[in-house]
Design a protein around this ligand. Sequence first.
Ligand code: NAP
Length: 322
Amino acid sequence: MKAMVITQYGGPDVFSETEMPDPHPGPGQVSIDVTHSAVGLIDSFIRRGTIPIFEPPFVPGLEVAGTIRELGEGVTEFRIGEPVVTLSLMSLGGYATVTVANAALTISLDGFKVDPALAVSALPNAAAAYLALTKVAHIQEGENVLIHGAIGGLASAFPAIARSLGASRIVGTVRTASKLEAARELDYDDVILAEDFPSAIANEKFNIVVDPVGGDMLTSSLDLMAPLGRALLVGNASEQPVNILSNTLWFNNIGVQGFNVGGYLLGNPSAGRPAAKAVLRLLEEGKLDIPLTILPLQNASEAHRRMDAKEITGRIVLRNEF
Ligand SMILES: NC(=O)c1ccc[n+]([C@@H]2O[C@H](COP(=O)([O-])OP(=O)(O)OC[C@H]3O[C@@H](n4cnc5c(N)ncnc54)[C@H](OP(=O)(O)O)[C@@H]3O)[C@@H](O)[C@H]2O)c1
């Protein structure tokens, strides 16, 4: 197989196109002929070594779409050639023409009219949103939701999922005016500029805050939270620390909880399929149509350059053109 290998921690140019032996699935795994691999900001953190979970050289890539190539021992629920998409895999390996995945975290697209590039862009993050909103925030019918970095890869999956779970009012923030229009195409009732936050919505209260940005965005959100409000810390795109005074939580009856879908599914793989099932219908109905940029797999460096430069609206996907 061909793979885009990270040879050392560093900038977007550390990728090397490499010929490697095809991987074969172990028990409970499948191998996948990859058609598309999603790129997320976490891939940049892993590439730079900010999240040092693997020592170079390694093949990055947490989420792929493709077709089943081989079944590992004990896997009976797929047929060879079946179209699939994976949820977020902590094992990496997605920037390759063949990868292996935990079968329990592999979702069949059989019978669904879904473009694989969109599926790999939206489904893993939408499943993360579903799990975060149901298992952590315990969202209730009629609640108000505030989502920061509203058109980012992860955040853009949240409004449709929150709406499907009964959210009443959903407000997003974006940093640049050029991204307002794209965010307004999603299921937000209102999208405001981060520079106008919190003053533009200072008279509102939110039951749930979804924050993939970190830093001051979360700290400034605490004053807007309704009693018994839950803030979900789901990322740190700003790479800034979040400073929260414990008394603020105590006095205001509010809470902040982290959620990381890859780590969660590693320990709870059986939670993946029900979450994916809940979001597949929305995907097919076009309710998760987030903006996509598609580049050849060979252009992993360029994809990472754009990701680092914050040039992406929605998601960026690598297509296998080998
Ligand atoms: N919890 C999970 O399971 C999970 C899953 C996937 C990703 N993540 C994490 O979520 C975060 C976002 O990942 P992603 O792939 O969605 O990245 P992304 O597509 O680059 O989106 C990041 C968003 O954050 C905004 N942003 C960045 N820096 C900011 C700042 N200083 N102030 C305000 N807004 C800022 C960006 O706004 P602009 O568009 O205006 O630049 C963009 O909308 C990362 O930390 C990633 O590791 C977590």
